[in-house]
Design a binder for this molecule. Structure first.
Ligand SMILES: CC(C)(COP(=O)(O)OP(=O)(O)OC[C@H]1O[C@@H](n2cnc3c(N)ncnc32)[C@H](O)[C@@H]1OP(=O)(O)O)[C@@H](O)C(=O)NCCC(=O)NCCS
Length: 332
């Protein structure tokens, strides 16, 4: 604009990460009846032993609020310090008003810009990409990015393509101005030609129909993921200007332990890179999966704060995104 001087670009970092899982760890045996499956089949094909499920009276916004309050405390920030809230979810029952607007009010961040994004299991990595751009452009100083899902509200217990995979939880990060740039370029995209492979069984408004649940063509998504995602991961590492050997952690979307292991093999990841395997206990929590897997690594001390992590999300759309970030807590 006339007369204005472009601001010096700020540097963006992830200042804190935290999260909450549904409080009930549901074992395979509780779910196998309606899908004619077995504990052994689920463990062998997916690695899942339990999945975290929320209480019936908890909503996706309750989970998002719990994670947000925790991450604010961890970052030593007040809700009023937050300029923007990006909530990635596919399990909010309303298309409008947004879950993010309600979350803002719930945590005491009234006045913050707030919006939802729908990029399924890639949603959190999309959100980090948005937040990074906002902070670097000077449009926000602190952005709260939340991936939150109550997938158990969208399960048909007789759908053997997906019902046993899904869990509930919320993971949250605060992206803010830092002394150095701690978020690499987000490499992202969609392949809408595969939009039919995973998603809702039907739209919200089909006369006389029951509410939608989730379903997928699992083997097709599997084949796509093990081919497309290692390429995406390599692109994100190259875009960050580092080598795979510089990574401290690899945090892919927790869709299936076999998929995670195939990624590791395809990438020929050095042994010192810690691989997130939160799916074994938590299940697949879609947009919450990457931040919750990150939260576990940091909480258990498997990876030190300040290490470089490669995060990769992929899912319905098909939407995908990857970026290298410096984990909070160490030297920034
Ligand atoms: C869903 C998934 C776990 C299924 O595993 P899979 O190894 O591909 O299994 P398949 O569907 O090929 O089925 C293999 C066999 O198990 C059977 N089977 C399928 N689902 C089953 C279940 N839930 N329980 C028991 N048996 C099952 C099939 O009928 C088939 O039997 P057959 O060999 O006698 O024909 C796997 O395909 C997957 O994880 N896909 C990707 C999911 C994903 O990334 N989604 C997007 C992001 S959320």
């Amino acid at each position: 604009m006339r007369g204005s001087t472009p601001p010096t670009p700020a540097r963006a970092q992830i200042l804190a990460i935290d999260g909450v899982r549904g409080g009930r760890l549901v074992p395979n045996d509780d779910l196998i009846g309606p899908i004619d499956s077995s504990d052994e089949w689920i463990r062998q094909r997916t690695g899942i032993i339990t999945r975290a499920r929320a209480r019936a009276d908890q909503s996706v916004i309750d989970l998002a609020a719990d994670a947000s309050v925790r991450v604010l405390a961890r970052a030593n920030l007040a809700a009023t310090d937050i300029d923007a809230i990006i909530l990635a979810t596919v399990t909010h029952f309303f298309q409008t008003p947004s879950a993010a607007a309600i979350l803002a009010e719930r945590i005491g961040a009234r006045g913050a810009a707030a919006w939802d994004i729908s990029a399924a299991c890639a949603g959190y990595c999309y959100g980090i990409g948005h937040a990074d751009a906002l902070v670097r452009a000077g449009a926000a100083r602190h952005v709260l990015v939340v991936g939150a899902e109550k997938l158990s509200d969208f399960i048909d217990p007789t759908d053997r393509t997906i019902s046993y995979l899904l869990g509930d939880g919320a993971g949250a990060a605060i992206v803010g101005v830092g002394a150095t740039q701690g978020i690499g370029p987000t490499v992202w995209g969609t392949d809408g030609s595969r939009a039919g492979l995973v998603g809702q069984t039907r739209g919200w408004r089909e006369p006389g129909a029951a509410p939608p649940t989730l379903t997928q063509e699992g083997p097709s998504v599997y084949r796509w993921a093990v081919t497309a995602i290692p390429k995406l991961a390599r692109q994100a590492v190259a875009a960050a200007g580092i080598d795979l050997a510089d990574l401290g952690a690899f945090i892919p979307h927790q869709a299936n332990l076999r998929i995670v292991d195939q990624f590791v093999k395809a990438l020929k990841l050095p042994d010192h890179v810690v691989v997130a395997r939160d799916i074994v206990e938590t299940g697949n929590t879609s947009a919450a999966s990457v931040p919750l897997a990150t939260e576990r690594l940091l909480r258990e001390g498997t990876v030190p704060g300040g290490a470089l992590a490669l995060s990769v999300g992929f899912g319905a759309g098909l939407a995908y995104a990857a970026q290298v970030t410096r984990l909070p807590g160490g030297e920034q």
